[in-house]
Design a protein around this ligand. Structure first.
Ligand code: BES
Ligand code: ZN
Ligand code: ZN
Length: 484
């Protein structure tokens, strides 16, 4: 899609014009001018449509040649507009405009620092569809988004950067929405290699023999029951003169059947999305490299299926992840923490300034926070603060959860250094306490995205299915670290 800035609502013409309206039909930038042109019947028409300007409302108004645009879309933005509200409004607009080739808007004239970026991200993500397997897909036909305003260079740059982030999120969504049959670890690793090649990111793929040689006993253990062999992908982005060194670790379970601790059919239905953490790491690396953010980034994604094949790990088996601590696996469905154990050890050995892991780790986190908010744990308050600040700027919601030392005893095992489950109550906390054992003293933030990685409905800029949640936070975090 092309983004153009310039011109004005008075002089331009075209197919669709989209202008913002605040709650109680308070005209936003451009809407007042449009209302004057259309005359008093507009209010009657909007009464009939029940349009008041709430966020989520978009109404098409026939212009009957009173405007030089064929269709007018009034986009509700509600009352307290911030970047995330604008992103959502633009998402609703994107959904309403998928059949238009040319869309001109004044949404970005709402006075906010990141307005252009929010509109571009929301619009593009709102138009996202996963139709790979639809015989008759209906892809969006929008080719141009025009920002009606005195055009300035900065707006075009902001639009381009935001489109880069949106494209990375769409890539993550495609990977997450892809059925497990089409994304064996080997296939995902190959995609990572191709992505790396086009962006100057060095990608190194560990195959089963390498995984064994590197003592990645957590990943090896989980992969035992799977037909498709595991991979571990290591991506390094090393810009000149980096301002910081960030390590990202993503859970990459391409399908979680639960293993021998088999899930119920209902709970298994969406488990192709259990690699959303890995997808977010790939996408963040893609965006960070494409934007040229001066931060060194190491991405680590252990990739495997969790299956109950004949060779599968049995409840009660003991495995030895890379750092040498032995783990009694009492529930093979708590597999994410086992593969992350190795990923986190590799990350910690590289001695980064900060490790962030993302994982669809526990149903308990989804129970606690619902599907719109991720859980955040950290061994370092400064690190937690930085990630929370980045998330707030990105418009993604995380809630910090405790990491209580005295809960650790529940992970004690009778026969090994620890077991892989704690207690049912506070299950997400035990998962986090388990991970903490593998990061040594490196500042670390754990993001449990079991809820928001998958959106249950079509809503604003989210589509039903993989959301790409976490990508924007990681990109913002890299920008923040670059600024020192
Ligand atoms: N992948 C699941 C967690 C999950 C559940 C993600 C629902 C998204 C939606 C994870 O591997 C898992 O099964 N965790 C278990 C842990 C338990 C056995 C300690 C869980 O949450 O039930
Ligand atoms: Zn599981
Ligand atoms: Zn899982």
């Amino acid at each position: 899609m092309d983004f153009l800035a310039g011109g004005s609502i008075e002089t331009e013409s075209g197919e669709v014009l989209a202008v913002p309206v605040f709650e109680d039909r308070t005209w936003g930038p451009g809407a007042g001018w449009v209302a004057d042109r259309l005359g008093p019947w507009l209010d009657e028409f909007l009464d009939g449509q029940g349009f008041s300007g709430k966020l989520g409302e978009v109404v098409a108004v026939p212009t009957a040649e009173r405007l030089s645009f064929r269709t007018l879309l009034l986009v509700g933005v509600g009352t307290d507009v911030d970047d995330e509200v604008l992103r959502k409004a633009a998402g609703w607009l994107g959904r309403s405009a998928t059949k238009a080739v040319d869309v001109a808007t004044t949404l970005h004239q709402i006075d906010l620092d990141g307005a252009v970026a929010a509109v571009v991200e929301g619009f593009l993500l709102g138009q996202y569809r996963f139709d790979t397997y639809k015989s008759a897909g209906e892809p969006s036909t929008t080719e141009r988004l025009r920002f009606l305003a005195p055009g300035d260079e900065a707006a075009s740059v902001a639009a381009g950067d935001a489109a880069t982030v949106a494209a990375a999120i769409a890539m993550a969504r495609d990977l997450i929405n892809e059925p497990a049959i089409g994304k064996a670890p080997e296939v995902l690793a190959t995609k990572a290699v191709e992505m790396g090649r086009s962006l100057g990111v060095d990608v190194d793929v560990l195959e089963p023999a390498d995984i064994e040689r590197e003592h990645l006993g957590g990943l090896m253990g989980v992969a035992m029951g799977a037909h498709n062999p595991a991979r571990l992908v290591r991506l390094s982005y090393e810009p000149e003169d980096p301002k910081a060194f960030l390590a990202l670790v993503g859970k990459g379970i391409v399908f979680d059947s639960g293993g021998l601790s088999l899930k119920s059919p209902d709970n298994m239905e969406t488990m192709k999305t259990d690699m959303s953490g890995a997808a977010a790491v790939f996408a963040a690396m893609q965006a960070i490299a494409a934007l040229g953010i001066p931060v060194r980034v190491l991405g680590i994604t252990p990739l495997t299926e969790n299956m109950p094949g004949g060779g599968a790990l049995r409840p009660g088996d003991v495995i030895r992840p890379r750092n040498g601590k032995t783990v009694e696996v009492l529930n093979t469905d708590a597999e994410g923490r086992l593969v992350l154990a190795d990923g986190l050890s590799l990350a910690a050995e590289a001695e980064p300034d900060l490790i962030v892991d993302l994982a669809t780790l526990t149903g308990a986190c989804k129970v606690a926070l619902g599907y719109k908010i991720g859980g955040l744990w950290s061994n370092d308050e400064d690190a937690a603060f930085k990630v929370k600040a980045a998330a707030a700027r990105a418009g993604e919601r995380f809630w910090q959860m405790p990491l209580p030392d005295d809960y650790r005893t529940k992970l004690d095992s009778q026969i090994a250094d620890m077991k892989n489950i704690g207690d049912r109550w506070g299950g997400a906390i035990y998962a986090a306490l388990f991970l903490k054992e593998f990061v040594a003293d490196v500042p670390w933030v754990h993001l449990d995205i079991a809820g928001p990685a998958r959106w249950p409905d079509e809503e604003h800029y989210q589509s039903k299915g993989g959301s790409g949640f976490g990508v924007r936070t990681l990109v913002e975090l890299a920008k923040e670290l670059a600024e020192g």
